[in-house]
Design a protein around this ligand. Structure first.
Ligand SMILES: [Zn+2]
Length: 772
């Protein structure tokens, strides 16, 4: 009898602990539909990496059984993943050397904060003139308070934004990132930084650092030094089952219950959605809080993967605000290296009942809140990044949070730029593109000032941008003056670009290699050896433009290393060189990769070049993105020009290689190259250059197919904009940077008297014109 009861206790014990152990499993996919079948088990695919015919994933005990029952073959790579992480964390912490210059306070869980430490940090931050208030917005299942802090303005009419962390309790880097941001913003404001002061005086920044305190405490108790992998809340369900995935518990009902397998109905699963939408006190607390506030924007932080995810999740398409979402994501992509898109476009599978869909969907109690979920940090970081990664992760998210705060109103940013030399007229141009990545239209104009930070080159010019609607972009071309006599052609010059909007100055620095260059066109077919792969040419639809493509007219193939290599080495010599690349791509994120590589030893070793829009390789063991390399991936479907200095390869004989490397699954259009060129900067004397006589600049005006009149100007005048105004003072036509000696076709202009106004570096010049 006694023996039996001991056995019974042991048996119960093992049931109770059934889903408290995590495995790293390698699951083999053997049949055609195995992947779909695996998806239908509703595992947390956030942790999955995909191989040729296998998937590696973190699962709990129950999920492991379920995988076995469904006939999958699998192999546990790590038997107790939490223990494994705990050990790894200890090793890393022992090795960690603190940077004394950094004031950031680490926590005691492998550098991350315990729950108590999080609130200690927030109490410290609250000791600040910009701290507004602290509210308990509700309680968790275990009666732990859910706390919201407000920083910024006390004026209730200022725009309100929301930042949350720890929907999922195994994502501690979300909180260190937010603490770092706030600390720095408040510190900058204290030191009088205009931007920080402006944001704090004109925003109400609400932060919920711990949405899931029970899960967080559970991890903290089980693994006090870090490594706990509990994801859900701690709703008691049965003797064997605990917890709901808080990021699958949102309504509305149609989303929560969408027909896309995006959450689990089984309480044993990591993605269990709960018995009903908003069944969980943590999520109802957040919902009720949103009802009382007036949020326009929300940022729900998760880790990991390096993504910025936006709605929809439950529906298989983007929202009507996708243009704005994409403009925000594309602006940040070169800064953070994060992929952006809906969850199908980024993580590759749909979800349902997730936060952002609910935030986005207006109902009778709240308006539309544009929400994002960053998956901060990279795949190689995992849920418990090394201690030395805590600050880099926080820093890479600083501009993301900063622009998020800005974007609740108009947010005019320098979106892209490149330098161009006109060989026929011997003039350099700076092509600038500005964008309003904010939610609001700008109602007044923006001033832009560009000046050189170098004594070798003088430039200081101011121009105006018109009011820009939300997500609208504006191109501007500036003629760059002839360099000083002391200037060495091919030098890199740093410029400051100040964007002045609403009397607030925000600065970016850009570097350009100036001035005169010759072009070596690398699109030329004789330069390349096409026999090694599938590369070829394709004619762009509706134009005569010929593209160099990895897979002309088709998607790229599975499991292919597709190379295009120089036939013969090219000697760079003493001149400065730059590589110019105009392209677009659709390449599976995390797994496939498009690279420009260079070799200086005749193809024995290849180094991938890092461009502005290169991503950081995922290092995913199954994919083609090797750790430490750079390349293009994700879906950048707009043409973009990137330039790269080759000065470290001077005097070398180089080979270039274009590669698109693909794994087994998922292929798309690939890489389209519109232009690829070498810019060669010869030695020239700018003394002679300056004295070259210049012709008169004539603009020829045409309307309705007829020549109207010409306008004569001195050649050295810089024209920023040509605008036509009607007699009622309405602007009816504009052209930015009319080329000198060009023909202007005035479109959509009816007969009558008009005023033509040129905005130039010498002020406005007005002309009267008659259209008849
Ligand atoms: Zn998460």
């Amino acid at each position: 009898m006694k023996k039996v009861s001991i056995l019974l206790i042991l048996f119960l014990e093992s049931i109770i602990n059934l889903n408290s152990k995590y495995y790293l499993l390698k699951i083999f996919l053997e049949q055609e539909n195995d992947y779909q079948k695996l998806l239908s088990l509703n595992l947390d695919m956030e942790s999955a990496t995909y191989g040729k015919s296998e998937i590696t994933i973190i699962v709990n005990e129950y999920e492991k059984e379920m995988i076995a029952e469904n006939g999958f073959k699998f192999e546990p790579l790590i038997e107790d993943y939490e223990k494994h992480l705990e050990m790894k964390i200890k090793e890393n912490v022992d090795k960690f050397k603190e940077d004394n210059l950094q004031a950031f306070e680490y926590g005691s869980m492998g550098g991350f904060y315990t729950l108590e430490e999080i609130y200690q940090q927030f109490n410290k931050l609250s000791n600040n003139p910009y701290f507004v208030e602290k509210q308990e917005i509700g309680y968790s299942w275990e009666k732990n308070p859910i706390i919201a802090y407000c920083f910024g303005s006390r004026d209730n009419n200022k725009p309100e934004v929301l930042i949350t962390a720890l929907h999922h309790s195994r994502e501690p880097a979300t909180v260190t990132t937010i603490v770092y941001f706030l600390q720095n913003l408040l510190e900058k404001a204290k030191n009088g930084d205009d931007e920080a002061v402006y944001l704090l005086e004109n925003r109400r920044i609400w932060i919920i650092p711990v949405l899931n305190p029970d899960g967080y405490l559970y991890n903290q108790k089980s693994y006090p030094n870090g490594g706990g992998l509990w994801r859900k809340n701690r709703r008691p369900i049965s003797q064997t089952d605990t917890g709901v995935d808080l990021n699958r518990n949102y309504g509305p009902y149609e989303f929560w219950n969408a027909n896309n397998n995006g959450s689990s109905t089984n309480p044993k699963n990591e993605t269990y959605r709960g018995p009903a939408p908003f069944s969980e006190p943590e999520i109802t607390a957040l919902r009720n809080f949103c009802f009382k506030r007036n949020f326009r924007l929300a940022l729900n932080f998760h880790t990991y993967g390096g993504m910025l995810i936006y709605p929809y999740s439950a529906l298989p398409f983007e929202t009507p605000d996708s243009i704005w979402y994409r403009s925000f994501g594309a602006y940040l992509q070169p800064i953070t290296s994060y992929y952006f898109g809906t969850d199908v476009q980024t993580v590759g599978y749909p979800t349902r009942g997730s936060s952002d869909d609910w935030f986005y969907t207006p109902d009778s109690t709240k308006g539309k809140i544009l929400a994002f979920s960053p998956e901060a940090s990279f795949q190689f970081d995992g849920f418990w990044p090394k201690k030395e990664r805590i600050l880099p992760i926080a820093k890479e998210n600083y501009p993301l949070i900063l622009n998020f705060l800005w974007s609740v109103e108009a947010n005019i940013r320098l979106w892209d730029y490149f330098y161009n030399f006109d060989t026929t007229r011997k003039i350099g141009f700076l092509q600038l593109e500005f964008a309003n990545i904010g939610l609001e239209n700008s109602t007044n104009s923006t001033q832009v000032r560009i000046y050189s930070n170098s004594s070798d080159y003088s430039l200081d010019t101011i121009f105006e941008l018109p009011p820009l609607q939300s997500a609208e972009r504006f191109y501007k071309s500036i003629q760059l003056p002839i360099p000083n006599e002391t200037f060495k052609n091919g030098s890199e010059i740093e410029f400051t670009v100040s964007v002045i909007h609403n009397n607030l100055v925000r600065k970016d620095t850009i570097k350009l290699t100036l001035y005169e260059y010759q072009i070596v066109d690398l699109k030329d077919s004789t330069l390349w050896d096409f026999s090694l792969g599938k590369w070829g040419y394709e004619i762009l639809n509706d134009s005569n433009y010929i593209l160099l493509c990895d897979s002309p007219y088709y998607n790229y193939k599975d499991s292919l290393d597709n190379y295009l290599v120089f036939r013969a080495p090219y000697r760079l010599g003493a001149n400065n060189f730059e590589l110019e690349l105009t392209s677009r791509w659709a390449i599976e994120p995390f797994y496939d990769y498009a690279k420009v590589e260079i070799s200086t030893n005749n193809g024995r070793d290849w180094t991938p070049l890092r461009f502005k829009r290169s991503t950081i390789a995922s290092g995913n063991q199954y994919g083609k993105q090797k750790l430490g390399e750079f390349g293009f991936a994700g879906y950048i479907r707009f043409w973009n020009t990137q330039t790269l200095s080759l000065k470290e390869f001077l005097w070398k004989e180089i080979l270039l290689r274009l590669s698109v490397l693909s794994d087994r699954a998922k292929n798309s259009a690939g890489w389209d190259i519109k232009d690829i060129k070498l810019r060669k900067f010869p030695n020239i004397s700018f003394q002679n250059y300056v004295s070259t006589p210049k012709p008169i600049n004539k603009l020829f005006l045409f309307s309705q197919g007829k020549f109207l009149q010409s306008i004569e100007l001195t050649e050295n005048i810089q024209i920023y904009e040509l605008a036509i105004w009607d007699i009622l003072g309405r602007k009816v036509f504009t052209q930015n940077y009319p080329e000198p000696n060009s023909t202007i076709y005035l479109q959509g202009i009816t007969d009558g008297v008009y005023f033509l106004r040129l905005s130039t570096n010498e002020g406005y010049k007005n002309f009267k014109i008659l259209v008849k």
